[in-house]
Design a protein around this ligand. Structure first.
Ligand SMILES: Nc1nc2c(ncn2[C@@H]2O[C@H](COP(=O)(O)OP(=O)(O)OP(=O)(O)O)[C@@H](O)[C@H]2O)c(=O)[nH]1
Ligand SMILES: [Mg+2]
Length: 220
């Protein structure tokens, strides 16, 4: 079974279509867990109306929301994906198939070969710099360490202890998995510009946190 974990904070304009795409495209037995930060824009009502499991986590943090969702997941594989409709959910089976073919603990969707070139210039450059440093420090070969669309074996999650509560969670996971020697692979996917709502993450602060996490990881 696959558990899909989705963090949401005021994603009413995006979440309905995202949930119906997962229902349609994900062909494995599944459960969908939405971890909402107490949205006030109608997201909660939309999720309550669906077949998904809703967890309300009023404490702030993208990473915290994902970690809470993962604790409740019962699937052999956990798919994490943002609730803002920016990732190409039609590629979800590709991630799972690649993970199984390569016997990997994690497969992420890289946006670096995106035909739409939808990622903003600053995010693109920031991501390139972070990914380059990450690969050098942790001897990996990623093209997009900041992708939030990943399939992960639940056993690998259970063997790891995560502490980051915000955007740096995505990097912390790669660090912990790299140190354990887990196999991690990528598949090319597409990216889309957010259609509704506002970004909740602050790119500059996130960048600092991500670098701090990369340095902490070297010591720990
Ligand atoms: N539950 C919860 N979800 C959050 C929180 N912060 C962000 N999210 C969700 O996490 C996902 C990623 O956040 P985004 O706001 O899209 O950040 P971003 O991808 O850097 O920004 P965009 O470029 O606008 O997409 C979205 O689905 C958000 O709704 C939070 O504090 N709690
Ligand atoms: Mg987003």
């Amino acid at each position: 079974m696959v558990s899909v974990v989705i963090p949401t904070l005021n994603e009413a304009g995006n979440i309905r279509e995202l949930l119906s795409t997962i229902e349609k495209e994900l062909t494995y037995p599944k459960e969908i867990i939405v971890v909402d930060g107490n949205s006030t824009d109608g997201t909660l009502e939309i999720v309550k109306d669906s077949n998904c499991r809703l967890i309300i986590e009023p404490r702030r943090g993208y990473g915290l929301a994902l970690r809470i969702g993962m604790k409740h997941a019962k699937g052999d594989v956990v798919v994490m994906v943002d609730g803002d409709g920016t990732y190409e959910l039609r590629h979800v089976n590709r991630l799972l198939e690649r993970m199984m073919e390569t016997d990997a603990e994690m497969c992420l969707a890289t946006r670096m070969y995106d035909p739409n070139k939808a990622m903003g210039f600053m995010n693109f450059v920031g991501n390139k710099v972070i990914t380059f440093c990450f690969n050098m420090l942790y001897k990996q070969n990623f093209s997009d360490t900041q992708s939030g669309f990943r399939a992960i074996s639940r056993a690998a999650i259970e063997k790891s202890e995560f502490k980051e509560t915000d955007m740096a969670f995505a990097t912390e996971m790669l660090i912990k998995f790299a140190k354990k020697g887990f196999r991690m692979v990528e598949v090319p996917s597409a990216y889309k510009i957010r259609r509704y709502g506002k970004p909740k993450l602050r790119p500059f602060n996130s960048g600092i946190e991500i670098f701090a996490t990369m340095l902490k990881g070297l010591r720990a």
